[in-house]
Design a protein around this ligand. Structure first.
Ligand code: PEP
Length: 251
């Protein structure tokens, strides 16, 4: 009942011309899919052109971040209205690389999430524990703190417009993937938390993506888990054939 969502986070990769080439290859290799949502998240400079390239494909477009103010003296930042005007339907918020390198906190994730919702963008809110936190047995507590922090102050209707992404930090870009059981345990806990913060119906419809070294050879088994509704893919989303195979997962 939840439509799978396969999302490619291109991170700080591809010039405008390379983005155009990649999206053309993706359209060729993925084709039309009604049974699953396909999303790409290029860099800011490439958004408008990629939006044009995606016309008629049904694929979704996301930015990789946003700032919570709409405009003004915030050098280097990009706002929700700008992203929406470039053709985005979604925006990634709180990616672990932003938390790790750019000082993202639960408070900034919350402000960004509220701004995205105000501008009609679907936030893809990322959460995930570090290896130390997992080894200390703190995974579920960390995830709960991040989800509660990011969703602070939101009502059920707003929570219903979110996508959540569970991305264990130790699995991002490392080639180490969570086992389906490890991922499912956290996804089920997140869904339970969404039920508490919103209600059962919202939790049932909320898409929770797994991210962390998703590849063609592990996507099928991950997508077989009942609470894994899609994937947020970094490295493998830059290779059209790999991402096409991930989109074509079979569970
Ligand atoms: C990501 O960027 O969100 C990610 C999960 O990266 P990778 O697939 O490369 O681990």
């Amino acid at each position: 009942m939840r439509k799978p969502l396969l999302a490619g986070n291109w991170k700080m990769n591809c010039t405008i011309a390379e983005s155009q080439e990649l999206v053309r290859q993706l359209r060729d290799q993925i084709g039309a899919r009604d049974d699953r949502d396909v999303l790409v998240a290029p860099t800011y400079p490439a958004l408008a052109l990629v939006a044009k390239e995606l016309e008629g494909s049904g694929y979704l477009l996301a930015a990789q971040d946003l700032y919570w103010e709409d405009s003004g003296a915030y050098t280097g930042e990009v706002s929700g209205p700008m992203i929406a005007a470039a053709g985005c339907s979604h925006v990634i918020i709180g990616h672990s690389e932003r938390r790790q390198y750019f000082g993202e906190t639960e408070e900034t994730v919350s402000k960004k999430t509220q701004s995205a919702l105000r501008h009609g963008l679907g936030p893809i809110v990322c959460v995930g524990e570090t290896l130390d936190q997992r080894e200390a047995g703190d995974t579920l507590a960390v995830i709960e703190r991040q989800v509660r922090g990011g969703l602070d102050g939101l009502g059920s209707e707003e929570i219903g417009r979110l996508v959540l992404a569970y991305e264990p930090v130790w699995a991002i870009g490392t080639g180490k993937v969570a086992t389906p059981e490890q991922a499912e345990e956290v996804h089920a806990a997140i869904r339970g938390l969404v039920a508490k913060l919103a209600d059962d119906a919202t939790a049932e419809q909320c898409r929770i993506l797994y991210g962390g070294s998703v590849k063609p050879d592990n996507v099928d088994v991950l997508m077989s888990e009942p609470d894994i509704d899609g994937a947020l893919v970094g490295g493998a989303s830059l290779k059209a054939a790999d991402f096409a195979r991930i989109v074509a997962f079979q569970s």
